[in-house]
Design a binder for this molecule. Sequence first.
Ligand SMILES: [Zn+2]
Length: 658
Amino acid sequence: MRPYPFTAVVGMAELRLALVLSAISPAIGGVLVRGEKGTAKSTMVRALAGLLPGVDVVEGCRFSCDPAAPDPACPDGPHAEGAAAHRRPARLVELPVGAAEDRVVGSLDLERALSEGVTDYQPGLLAGAHRGLLYVDEVNLLHDHLVDTLLDAAAMGRVTVEREGVSVSHAARFVLIGTMNPEEGELRPQLLDRFGLTVEVASSRDAAQRVEVVRRRLAYEAAPDDFAEGYADAEAALAADIAAAQRLVPSVTLSDDALLQIAQVCAAFEVDGMRADIVTARTAAAHAAWCGRDTVTTEDIRVAARLALPHRRRRNPFDAPGIDEEQLEQSLRDTEPPEQGPPDGPDDPGDPGDPDDDGPGPGSGGEPEPSDADGQPANGQGGSAGERQVGAGSPYRARLFTVDGTGSGAHGRRSRAVTDSGRTVGVRPAGVRDGGAHLLATVRAAAPHQRSRGRSGPGLVVRPHDVRYAVREGKEGNLVLFCVDASGSMGARSRMREVKSAVLSLLLDAYQRRDKVGLVTFRAMGAEVALPPTVSVDAAASRLEALPTGGRTPLAEGLLRAAEVLRVEALRDPRRRPLLVVVTDGRATSGPDAVARAHAAADLLAGTGVTSVVLDCESGRMRLGLGAELAAHLGGERVALGDVAAETLTREVKRRAA
Ligand SMILES: [Zn+2]
């Protein structure tokens, strides 16, 4: 089945341009595509590989060495001059967010290295992406250690794998393309800076364009090959244009005036470091080549600045995306444009193969902000809490709740876990090969058998089963799932504000501990997942802020919904252990047997082994103690709402000690 053609994607002119420019000049450093789900951003990225010229590779080399300039350190080398070669299509390699490090950088067989002295290295995804495209969907959800690996590779153009003194290295130069939904959390600044260009995409609000999107999608799904065939000429034409521009790029000149103009623009937007200037210059040169010119003009610089600067600007997270057009024009005017007319040319020159060039041009302005930007929580940076309806009070430092036992989840700062870094707490024999080998323990294991193995020389005779691995202990992040009672029984506004403050405090704590968070709420007729598990604490906070309250209390439904969320998430992210925080007064008023059903739901949750905490919201003189009962059914701790603050815990300890 043929993939959806690049040229069949409707609109998204800016993304199209960014991808094309990156393909023309890989030195730009790739593209980060930000936008909500349901836009065709992934479709477009995946279609890009089909437009790239093929690459010549040395026959039999798993590291895609160029026959004209083979990597001298290639693990499959050295390759003789004039070695057999063949041409293959350019590749797009997808790096899954949850990939193990071995799969990304390749794996080194340590047993063979130690016992046979043989370097047995299996290439990973980065080797596969060499001289092609590396695509990371949901790049903002990438594990920290993978981010570091990726940053190293991107900076060096090489991958180096080192295990206990054995080291392998190979070339890995690729165009990095990432897509992300900013609602699910932001990217680390170091990684953000690695991307040459950024583009914001949003679904079109134009009805005719939306109709066309659906029409084409349906046509493609009905007959993919026929559909793709209809675009074959457009695809071939675009591929030819890209190839022509690639050939032209090296001869594009940047005059001193153009360089000065670039410097001026970068200075005006207060970007950090020189990287912005360099990327803007490269992008401008690629754009000139794309337009068939060999000199960079003001228009090229304008286009380049719009793509290269937005993510390098010093800004706070709630600023609108993009850059200020007026400021851009002003900074371009500050220096005389090099040999060119007034800067009022078309926004999007060169857009071959697109039957309907209709997308909003880059920076046409008026883009709506992400939907959550206005629900900004009082998160300690932004002054006082919003008091709309029942807003949260000021958050405070929350006490630490941890998941029982020892996990093996992603790095974080909450619960105890066996990790691949951190303190070495023991050794274990060969088996799961994901930690570093423990050299001393390995030698110790091999030592008693030397005579029986017939050792004669100075070298230790090591067998695979001698190898010992370090067991390291550190901290993991968890999934903190809040199950919040938003019913009328939660009582007065002041009570609800206190509840929201407590949850908000725990959310901020979760952010600092690198947890995922999720929010299930129940009130009136049922329960809903107000926020599926995400790393975006901001999203959780704004959902919480906007939470409507009132009505009956379907506690059982809330707990069952939470159980379902936990079940699904355990499939999606199995190593991340959950912590369930039920915020309730323990009352249940949805039917005659509501309390009994709630306790049955709690028993079911307890049966899954999840660690639970009940934040007991009961107040007043007439207390029923239902929160404690619920906690008993959950097999979890009951904590009074007023005791969430870390200080109260300290006070408690002091009181007991006294
Ligand atoms: Zn090679």
